[in-house]
Design a protein around this ligand. Structure first.
Ligand code: SF4
Ligand code: SF4
Length: 82
């Protein structure tokens, strides 16, 4: 058994700051460019909430979750049995 880090997503906590988006493009491309990020934050104006969408280019590095200030993206330690 060992511990592994998993990302959990609680979009209802998102405040739309885009820190995750900019961090993703920065760590992978060295630039602040939402177009190059693997996560997108969309505001649903009707419902007044944010939606978080990961693209197929996401490599699971979890850097976005390390910088999220609101707990919308969180890292948790889980036990893995094999
Ligand atoms: S986990 Fe995916 S979306 Fe988050 S920083 Fe890494 S590549 Fe980007
Ligand atoms: S998921 Fe977190 S870092 Fe990304 S926009 Fe929402 S609050 Fe900001």
């Amino acid at each position: 058994m060992h511990m592994a880090t998993e990302m959990i997503i609680k979009p209802e906590r998102c405040i739309g700051c885009s820190t995750c988006v900019l961090t993703c493009s920065l760590v992978h491309y060295g630039v602040f460019d939402p177009a190059r990020a693997s996560i997108r934050v969309d505001r649903d104006d009707f419902a007044g909430v944010f939606e978080l969408c990961f693209s197929s280019t996401c490599n699971g590095c979890k850097q976005c979750a390390r910088v999220c200030p609101s707990g919308a993206l969180q890292l948790v330690e889980i036990e893995v049995t094999k």
